[in-house]
Write a protein that binds this ligand. Structure first.
Ligand code: COA
Ligand code: MG
Length: 296
């Protein structure tokens, strides 16, 4: 089983807002995206880049996963963003508007040329019409011993802008794209994080959308405000009942009389070996969440 890393809550912090960058050190978010792109106005790009370089290099964020989102590959800022990110050594660099496997390979090659630490991962924003049609090709570019692609982030606001699809409760117009990216990502061991919920003061609507993302198979959700972290962590954490049930299944398969069996009965329900695999993942993720809590 690949290393399991909780990615329930992934908070965007505008790189231009020094106050937010500090605040991130005390928030219970699993990951932080230091944003140089959409959240930063053009005349603040250089300041944001310098502040993010300083903040990530200095650290102080405990076990939180640190990610820098550069500006788009075709923008005048990209080259300097990538060089600064390589220097700051975050856990990952998030590339906006990825639209092909070649885009991923190009960024990987540029990082190699910069002699960036090989362990810096790549994350891809899935937010263009082409990315929806080429999700498989993008996912196929994941594996590499330098800068593997490990996470897809759904960019639902850009998708709405580029396609004309509406973002309404239930997200009817987006469902096929969300599921396509889940399937493509899962086929290549890539985690999938849902898009943001703009109406951040609407707690009930937010929670419903978290549940929808979780039901679709996502690992977590991107967030824009600290108030979204706690409800998001709750929805994307396995419940106590789920953890207990997982342990029951694992124990049942370990009984001598069940050795070598593919399907057994546990508390009146049919349980297969595949459920034992799922149960092991549930336990592993809950343990990883506990470790994260105790270290931050
Ligand atoms: N990360 C870290 N801290 C944040 C934050 C974020 N994304 N958003 C708000 N905060 C902090 C504020 O600094 C403030 O801290 P303080 O009270 O200790 O000074 C506190 O949380 C409360 O903020 P609040 O007044 O409720 O929000 P706001 O009106 O200042 O800002 C937004 C609202 C939406 C503009 C702001 O949350 C934001 O910029 N979000 C991120 C947007 C983004 O990154 N978009 C790009 C990706 S879609
Ligand atoms: Mg975007």
């Amino acid at each position: 089983m690949a290393t399991i890393r909780p990615r329930r809550s992934v908070l965007y912090m505008p790189g231009s807002k020094q106050r937010a960058l500090e605040k991130g050190k005390e928030l219970a978010t699993d990951a932080i995206i230091f944003d140089l792109e959409d959240a930063v106005a053009p005349d603040m790009k250089e300041i944001a880049r310098d502040q993010v370089l300083d903040a990530v290099s200095a650290g102080g964020y405990g076990n939180r996963e640190l990610v820098i989102r550069s500006n788009g590959i075709d923008t005048p800022w990209f080259k300097d963003d990538l060089a600064a990110a390589a220097k700051a050594k975050p856990n990952a660099i998030l590339i906006p508007k990825v639209s092909s496997g070649q885009d991923v390979q190009n960024v990987r090659n540029q990082l190699k040329n910069l002699n960036a630490d090989k362990s810096i991962e790549l994350w891809a924003m899935m937010e263009t019409p082409l990315a929806m049609l080429k999700a498989l090709e993008i996912a196929e570019s994941a594996a590499d011993e330098s800068h593997p692609l490990t996470v897809f982030i759904m960019g639902t606001n850009d998708l709405a802008k580029e396609t004309g699809a509406a973002i309404k409760p239930g997200r009817e117009a987006m469902l096929s794209w969300l599921s396509t990216c889940v399937a493509a990502g899962r086929a290549f061991g890539i985690d999938i994080i849902d898009g943001v919920y703009n109406d951040f003061k609407n707690e009930a609507g937010f929670k419903t959308e978290c549940e929808q993302g979780s039901n679709l198979g996502m690992d977590g959700k991107t967030l824009i405000h600290p108030g979204q972290i706690a409800p998001c962590n709750e929805v994307f954490s396995p419940s106590n009942e789920a953890i207990e049930w997982a342990k029951t299944i694992i124990e049942a398969f370990e009984q001598p009389e069940n050795q070598g069996k593919g399907a057994i009965t546990v508390e009146g329900k049919m349980v297969e070996l595949l459920h034992a695999e799922m149960a092991k993942r549930t336990v592993a993720i809950s343990e990883a969440i506990e470790r994260l809590k105790s270290a931050t």
